[in-house]
Design a protein around this ligand. Structure first.
Ligand SMILES: Nc1ncnc2c1ncn2[C@@H]1O[C@H](COP(=O)(O)OP(=O)(O)OP(=O)(O)O)[C@@H](O)[C@H]1O
Ligand SMILES: [Mg+2]
Length: 249
């Protein structure tokens, strides 16, 4: 049986799809069978993030409306034999009911070790639908008060669904700004949200799905999820020096 993890945030544009794609890659590189399901209906980005958008023939709606089998809609990520993507459709459709989507996720559950669910922003029907299909959540948050406030609303909602395991990933951390006291530190974000710290990702223009290294923040995140390790990337210490201390004063 697969671990079904929804990547959610409340606020839009904080990195759910980026984390979903890179985490999927890191877990697959640990020999896990991973499928990432794009439930951001109408704004499908996951296939784009993984460079697969030109290969989409069938999508989740074709599966829901019985135009193809699940296997036909799944896209295999290049050079990663155990990582697949279920693309979302380009427009909103009636077939996207909670029960229909859950039925598809349950069938994927039999064939994979991890089902990662890319959730839309906000907390409306699309969010409820995505959360409904999972039994764990990764709340992605940036170190900005507006993002933390929205993530807190999501965390409070998820708390009503217990048993539901919730972990937090702080994305787009600027170590230089944290060292100068101009940005919330990841530890402050974890403390504000009161949930399990699972990962820290620096703000990095190079972040995409094609440049994986062993020191990658997503490798650490995957290990924390899969092996239960509690490592966190230190993105601040390299910036702590005489000048930043002087600046803080
Ligand atoms: N750690 C990072 N460093 C630099 N850029 C990042 C990082 N994480 C995400 N981004 C960029 O931020 C933008 C938004 O990311 P992404 O699409 O993953 O967010 P999202 O939460 O899925 O958005 P939406 O709510 O619209 O679905 C993208 O251009 C992505 O490349
Ligand atoms: Mg997204």
């Amino acid at each position: 049986m697969a671990r079904k993890i929804v990547l959610t945030s409340g606020k839009g544009g904080v990195g759910k799809t980026t984390v979903c794609a890179n985490l999927g890659m890191a877990l697959a590189n640990r020999s896990q069978r991973v499928v990432a399901v794009d439930l951001d209906v109408g704004l499908n980005n996951l296939d784009v993030a993984l460079g697969l958008d030109n290969r989409v023939v069938f999508d989740l709606v074709d599966v829901l409306e019985n135009r193809c089998r699940i296997k036909q809609a799944l896209l295999k990520v290049d050079n990663v034999p155990t990582f697949f993507v279920m693309p979302s459709c380009h427009q909103s459709v009636r077939m996207f009911t909670c029960e229909n989507v859950k039925r598809i996720i349950q069938r994927l559950d039999e064939q994979f070790d991890y089902v990662l669910i890319d959730c839309p922003a906000g907390m409306d029907a699309g969010f409820i639908r995505a959360v409904n299909c999972a039994d764990e959540a990764l709340v992605v948050c940036t170190p900005h008060l507006s993002a933390v406030r929205d993530a807190d609303k999501v965390v409070r909602y998820l708390a009503t669904l217990s048993p539901f395991s919730v972990g937090v990933v702080v994305n787009r951390v600027r170590g230089d700004l944290v060292a100068q006291g101009k940005m919330l530190s990841p530890m402050e974000v974890f403390a504000l949200l009161g949930q399990k710290p699972l990962g820290i990702v620096a703000d990095d223009d190079e972040i995409n799905c094609f440049g994986q290294t062993s020191a990658n923040p997503f490798v650490i995140l995957a290990d924390n999820l899969h092996f239960g390790t509690q490592k966190l990337l230190d993105v601040v210490t390299p910036y702590k020096n005489f000048w930043t201390r002087l600046f803080r004063r």
